[in-house]
Design a protein around this ligand. Structure first.
Ligand code: PRP
Length: 214
């Protein structure tokens, strides 16, 4: 039986909807009364694991899940050893550098050397500022990154922007975009190559469902 790792949060609803189009029903994960982290789909064809987005590639790399759904942002940050199969075209967001609206820095290169930049995406932030040849101190945070500039702890942040509401409500503005992100279908490379549990066929049905939405 195939196992899929599904991300908690923003991508969960659309992930479950997509799997429903190929006959896999994990809607029990959306039931707020349900605390089960592993369920078998209603048709008995596959198992689902409900995990933090950042942990999806871990389960897929170790082969406990033969496939999974994650944001491209997680792929960029963690660089997991997985097969990247389909752009699922939902969960759009972008990785941006933002500062206080009142900041004198209008571009990342305006930031003084050794400025502090708060981020949950330490690798993406480091890579970006390395590419500018601008030495900065990345301050790793787990959430509410916008508080960095608000409290004066950091001059800037590198974070996900979706609707832009969080930045706006906290008086911050984007000064550049590093990349855009959408949800991606990933698989355990060997399982995909060996077509474990007819994974190849399932992936093709998912690809088709994305290309021809109902
Ligand atoms: C993410 C991100 C921003 C927010 C952006 O945070 O880190 O804070 O969403 O979304 P918006 O542009 O639609 O406002 P998340 O909701 O994951 O919470 P966190 O800060 O606790 O990680």
């Amino acid at each position: 039986m195939l196992t899929v790792a599904l991300p908690k949060g923003e991508l969960l609803k659309n992930s479950i909807r997509l799997l429903q189009t190929v006959g896999l029903d994990f809607s029990a994960f959306l039931d707020s009364g349900n605390r089960q982290l592993q369920i078998t789909d209603a048709s008995g064809q596959a198992k689902g694991l409900l995990v933090r987005g950042q942990d999806v590639p871990v389960y897929v790399e170790y082969g406990q899940a033969q496939f999974g759904i994650i944001g491209y942002d997680v792929i960029r940050e963690k660089k997991p050893q997985v097969a990247h199969l389909v752009d699922l075209q939902f969960g759009y967001c972008r990785m941006s550098v933002a500062v206080k609206a009142s900041s004198p820095y209008k571009l990342p290169v305006d930031l003084p050397p050794h400025s502090r930049v708060a981020s949950k995406y330490v690798n993406c932030a480091n890579e970006y500022f390395d590419s500018l040849d601008l030495p900065v101190e990345i301050v790793p945070l787990y959430g509410s990154v916008e508080l960095g500039p608000i409290t004066g702890m950091s001059e800037a942040i590198v974070d996900i922007v979706s609707t832009g509401r969080t930045l706006k409500d906290n008086g911050l503005v984007e000064i550049t975009t590093l990349y855009e992100s959408t949800a991606r279908l990933i698989a355990h490379p060997l399982s995909y190559r060996l077509n474990t549990g007819n994974l190849y066929n399932l992936v093709e049905r998912l690809r088709e469902a994305v290309l021809t939405p109902a």
